[in-house]
Design a protein around this ligand. Structure first.
Ligand SMILES: *Cc1c(COP(=O)(O)O)cnc(C)c1O
Length: 214
């Protein structure tokens, strides 16, 4: 899979609803980064999959399900509250791990999508408790654009996320090289996302085919 060609971005293959055989096929080409959006589904799939797969949790995560994934998850893209971040830190401590996390921003017009606004993300970053969490590492931001035909709208939302990333980097992470990821772009809009500075694209249907509704 080479959707990123001239860009340095990483591709996360979103395997939600897809069986082990589909994952295996891509894994055998050397691909290691896979994404799932449900904690239970990931918990059920992970044991039967190769252990060197890097699992990305990309969907809304309930606090009572965090423990299903902290023993092995490689990055959580969907952190959208202080309470969730605290829970991840606590579970990761039990697992003796440090889990890379992205803060999910609300950038779309639809009100149904999860995510923080700028004020909320700043509150998390300025909270002294955040700095004391030893078992999470905040590595950047994630966002999902509006589902629309209008490329300008999508581009504007991705540009907004990149600008916010740059401002937060300057204000809180100027000395922290690990704050460097912007997870944006899916099957329908990954090219725009790459042009606007995405470092991780999350692509499902374009790789695995359309999903059954689920
Ligand atoms: C399903 C999903 C994707 C991938 O969607 P496609 O349109 O199939 O590429 C990306 N990000 C999140 C958060 C998802 O839930």
């Amino acid at each position: 899979m080479n959707l990123c060609d001239q860009y340095e971005a990483k591709l996360v293959a979103v395997s939600k609803t897809k069986p082990f055989s589909a994952i295996q096929e891509l894994y055998e080409t050397g691909h290691l980064d896979f994404g799932e959006n449900k904690a239970q589904e990931l918990r059920d799939k992970q044991p039967e999959c190769p252990k060197d797969i890097r699992w990305h949790m990309i969907g809304h995560l309930q606090r009572n399900k965090v423990k299903y994934i902290t023993p092995y998850v490689s990055m959580i893209h969907s952190v959208d509250s202080m309470r969730l971040l605290r829970k991840i830190n606590n579970e990761a401590e039990k697992d003796e791990r440090i889990i890379p996390c992205l803060l999910q921003m609300h950038i779309a017009e639809e009100s149904s999508k999860f995510g923080l606004d700028e004020q909320e993300v700043r509150e998390i970053l300025e909270n002294p408790e955040t700095g004391q969490m030893k078992h999470i590492q905040i590595c950047g931001l994630m966002g999902m654009a509006t589902l629309t035909e209008y490329e300008n709208q999508i581009r504007k939302e991705f540009k907004g996320l990149k600008n916010l990333f740059d401002r937060l980097k300057e204000d809180y992470f100027s000395e922290v090289p690990s704050f460097r990821e912007i997870s944006m772009g899916m099957s329908g809009d990954y090219q725009i996302a790459l042009e606007e500075g995405s470092t991780i694209i999350r692509v499902g249907s374009l790789i695995f085919g359309e999903r059954e509704t689920h």
